[in-house]
Design a protein around this ligand. Structure first.
Ligand SMILES: [Cu+2]
Length: 193
């Protein structure tokens, strides 16, 4: 009898947990390789900034990783692991040139940090090596994902509600659409040329 009641309670809790949030699955088409998918709240709601820092390395004359996705408010530690001077700058954030910034130029082993308080796409460059490029994608919410090479993604534990879903891929026009989450949802999207 007691065992039976316990089972019923556990089942009720499971239903409650799935009723307020869901998982978004989908696929990004129109581009080869990794894309980034993230959600925006409307109106914008602020989320606590993650305490953990992220790292963007400069190694073998490349930004590593090539694409870094962070939540808004995260501090990124830029590191130079090469035996040459590197610079880090971005001309804009999400196309806004007023948010452009030059971190400066420094030698091997050095680190400089920046806290990204504005959401969107941050294209990274190095004045010393014009061929170097990388990206930081700053998601305004904790709800983001990087796709696998085939474009598949999963965003878990998204509270029910209506969001703007943005899909970004290097060199492509980003896709954005409204999505309503009420339990699990599917969103297959295509990024443009
Ligand atoms: Cu460089």
């Amino acid at each position: 009898m007691k065992f039976g009641m316990f089972t019923a309670t556990a089942a009720a809790l499971a239903v409650t947990a799935s009723a307020w949030a869901g998982t978004i699955h989908g696929k990004v088409s129109g581009a080869k390789g990794e894309s980034v998918v993230y959600l925006q709240t409307n109106p914008a709601k602020s989320f606590p900034a993650p305490a953990q820092h992220a790292q963007m390395d400069q190694k073998n004359l490349m930004f590593v990783p090539h694409i870094l996705v962070i939540q808004q408010g995260t501090t990124v530690v830029f590191r130079n692991s090469d035996a040459v001077l590197h610079n880090v700058y971005w001309p804009s954030i999400n196309g806004n040139k007023k948010l452009g910034h030059n971190m400066g130029t420094w030698p091997q082993g050095g680190e400089r940090s920046f806290t990204f308080r504005n959401p969107g796409v941050v294209p990274l460059y190095c004045y010393v090596h014009p061929d170097m490029s990388g990206y930081i994608i700053v998601s305004p919410t904790p709800y983001y994902a990087e796709t696998d090479q085939a474009g598949n993604y999963t965003i878990k534990n998204v509270p029910n509600g209506t969001y703007t879903l943005i899909a970004w891929h290097e060199g492509k026009r980003p896709h954005s659409q409204s999505i309503t989450v009420s339990g699990d949802a599917t969103a297959n999207v295509t990024v443009g040329k």
